[in-house]
Design a protein around this ligand. Structure first.
Ligand code: BDP
Length: 711
């Protein structure tokens, strides 16, 4: 009997806990969930928002800010306070100097503070205004007020209510959609493109507004709607009208629309006889095209261009330089204050001369052009010199082009890190690159004028393909606003907003996030290995591939493993890619003993018996890393299962299924790589290291014909 009472009580408590931790969520609300707060937090929020007051007349942007405050407060508090015209005690007051004379008063310390916050900054402050105690959201512009409203709501949702002041450190904070006009997404793992080009411009999905809200909440202020592998049609009148409809929706949220332009567009549309950037007919065509676009989209941001890379057309087809091409487009958008983001991800097209090391090509092509780009051109550089690998050293162009504004290009979508099935928080990857010291007097972050992230957004209900991948969108936005923010602070905040502020959840979730990317590095490409993924879809291990048309598409080109050793020698006696870095770095990394272990095989080819700091041989260390990758994946899973009582069933299950799959992926990577490297090294497995489950041929025969993301 006692047993039954006990069991019934436990069941009751468990079900209460389940209710306490909420009904099922599908992830659509992202970090803007606005779930009911506990009583004590509600009281704190209530004290700051007895009424809502907007100083001055409304605008589409203040309408958006007020609507968000209503939505947020209805959710967290159960009801939104009244909007009033007069300031009273406990008012939440939104004001700019133009809206409220008291803020324009040069003697006011708030005015002085605001003067440091620029066009997009904001401050949150408890203060007295017209004799009343108020909570002030102040900014210099309406966009600043919107950002401030989101920041205040974030504080409310976490129950903090701290004073704050913040301004973006980078002017350009963009998403890059690799979305095609047929709604497929290149390297997208979250369903179809959210842009329904067929339905636009007449039919406008509510998602576009929610997309704008989510991005504005992070301070993202631009979006490139279409794939860098672009099509000429995007610049025809019907598509300009479609882009204009999107721009109209995003505008109140401070987000500008940009388009990826195909360099040969006028030629392919049969409107010119060449695409040579120095031909007057081509220049005139682009000038007229820019005028046409700006007529429909007055605040059009400009163009993103992938040229002379992977078969895309470009100025080199006419023996012109990247600067000639970029400057021609820049001249077309300059009268409208537009910009051109010209990508540095270039490597020789098929059949052309192959560099001895693909990692060197962007630097070789772009460094000599420093100082020759027009003022409204930015060169957009991927974080590393190869291609969005789980780990790469920072790209040598950062710090090497002091006369050219640079944009960082990160990949938020996880093409090489397990799609949206494997958990890998990229905040740590982004932070590692941004904090790298270029030894030119600046960190990578300090060399930047902007930051672009290849979006992981799609039509999936949860936007990103998995709940945890939302954290990568979040971290990108936060770091674009402040590249000095830390990945762990961002993780804590995201965890609290996504799963609620209970520390029994936020602490372990943050720990999971923080260990996840290193876990993926360990089970995929430890110790500086890179580019060993399956051909074309880039899923799963394929270190054996050696038969592709271009040598630098083959994994064997990158790991160079043979009976004697492994790794790519990029020192002076190798490809000398090291020479592209500042002398201090080149010197430090010239010696394997002073090269960070995590980049060892990126820069060095070493014998299998090379002595590692751990006391193990390189061979044994490599095996140990693979084992750690698998062990840590299991640990991620175990940490999540311990959270079961605290997470709604739907999200718990969706994440859990992925972690089971990730463990299988990790084992696959470990086993396949060990089987392959053992076949080349001929070395035995040390005692205690488990043999791969299958012979090498089994792994080589695996195929993924319908892997997603190939656009
Ligand atoms: C590679 C992708 C390819 C992109 C290319 C790029 O595999 O789909 O088109 O980068 O950035 O990572 O242009």
């Amino acid at each position: 009997m006692r047993f039954f009472v006990h069991a019934a009580l436990t069941a009751l408590l468990l079900s209460l806990a389940a209710t306490a931790f909420g009904a099922d969520e599908d992830g659509y609300d992202l970090w803007l969930r606005y779930r009911p707060l506990e009583r004590a937090s509600q009281q704190r929020v209530q004290a700051q928002a007895r009424s809502i007051v907007l100083a001055g007349a409304s605008s589409p942007t203040t309408d958006a800010a007020l609507a968000e405050l209503d939505k947020g407060l209805s959710g967290t508090m159960g009801r939104a306070p009244a909007h009033t015209a007069r300031i009273g005690d406990g008012a939440l007051l939104l004001a700019t100097p133009a809206r409220l004379p008291a803020l324009a008063d040069t003697a006011s310390p708030l005015r002085t503070e605001l003067a440091t916050l620029g066009d997009e900054g904001y401050l949150l402050r408890q203060t007295r205004m017209q004799g009343h105690q108020v909570t002030l959201i102040a900014a210099n512009t309406d966009i600043g007020l919107l950002y401030g409203a989101f920041a205040w709501l974030r504080e409310a949702a976490i129950g903090n209510m701290r004073a704050a002041s913040s301004a973006p450190k980078l002017q350009l904070r963009l998403l890059n959609h690799w979305d095609n006009l047929d709604r497929t997404v290149e390297r997208g793992y979250a369903g179809q493109s959210i842009w329904d080009w067929w339905a636009l411009p007449d039919i406008k999905d509510q998602r576009y507004t929610d997309y704008a809200r989510a991005n504005a909440s992070l301070g993202i202020n631009g979006t490139v709607l279409n794939n860098v592998n672009s099509k000429p049609e995007i610049l025809t009148a019907p598509f300009i009208a479609k882009a204009a409809a999107v721009a109209d929706i995003l505008r109140p949220y401070g987000i500008k629309v940009y388009l990826s332009a195909r360099f040969s567009t006028p030629l392919e549309l049969h409107e010119t006889s060449t695409a040579d950037p120095l031909a007057p007919e081509v220049q005139q065509w682009w000038n007229k095209k820019a005028d046409e676009i700006y007529k429909s989209i007055p605040d059009f941001g400009g163009f993103l261009v992938k040229a002379n890379s992977e078969g895309q057309p470009g100025p080199q087809d006419y023996h012109r330089t990247h600067a000639d091409g970029a400057n021609m487009l820049a001249a077309a958008v300059a009268p409208h204050k537009g910009i051109v983001m010209w990508r540095a991800f270039v490597y020789a097209p098929k059949g052309a001369h192959l560099a001895d090391d693909r990692a060197k090509q962007a630097y070789e092509e772009f460094k000599p052009l420093d100082g020759t780009f027009a003022a409204n051109v930015l060169v957009q550089v991927k974080n590393g010199a190869i291609d969005f690998q789980p780990r790469e050293p920072f790209h040598p162009l950062f710090g090497a082009m002091p006369k050219t504004p640079l944009m960082m290009e990160f990949q938020i979508t996880k093409e090489y890190l397990g799609y949206s099935t494997d958990l890998a928080y990229l905040g740590t990857l982004f932070e590692e690159t941004l904090d790298s010291d270029t030894r030119t007097g600046k960190t990578v972050a300090q060399t930047l004028s902007g930051m672009a992230g290849v979006a992981n957004i799609g039509s999936d209900r949860n936007w990103a393909g998995s709940h945890f991948d939302q954290a990568n969108w979040y971290a990108f936005g936060k770091l674009a606003w402040n590249p000095q923010a830390t990945a762990s602070d961002i993780a804590i905040e995201w965890a609290a907003l996504t799963f609620g502020p209970d520390q029994r959840v936020t602490t372990p979730v943050t720990e999971m996030l923080m260990m996840s990317r290193e876990t993926v590095v360990n089970y995929m490409t430890p110790l500086g290995l890179h580019h060993m993924m399956g051909t074309s879809h880039h899923f799963g291990p394929a270190p054996w591939v050696d038969n592709l048309e271009r040598p630098d598409w083959n994994p064997v080109y990158y790991h160079r493993a043979d009976r004697n050793g492994i790794g790519f020698n990029r020192t002076a006696i190798g490809s000398n890619a090291l020479e592209q870095y500042a002398p201090e770095i080149a010197r430090q990394y010239a010696d394997p003993h002073t090269t960070p272990q995590q980049l060892l095989l990126w820069f060095h080819h070493l014998p299998w018996d090379y002595a590692m700091p751990s006391g193990r041989t390189l061979w044994a260390e490599l095996l140990a890393r693979y084992d750690k990758g698998v062990a840590d994946t299991k640990l991620l899973h175990a940490r999540w299962t311990a959270l079961k009582p605290f997470i709604d069933t739907r999200r718990y299950t969706e994440v859990e299924q992925r972690l089971v799959r990730q463990t299988q992926n990790a084992i696959l990577w470990r086993d396949a790589c060990i089987a392959y490297f053992q076949s080349v090294s001929g070395l035995p497995l040390p005692p205690g290291v488990q043999a791969p489950a299958h012979p090498l041929e089994y792994y080589k025969a695996l195929r993924y014909p319908y892997a997603p993301g190939r656009g």
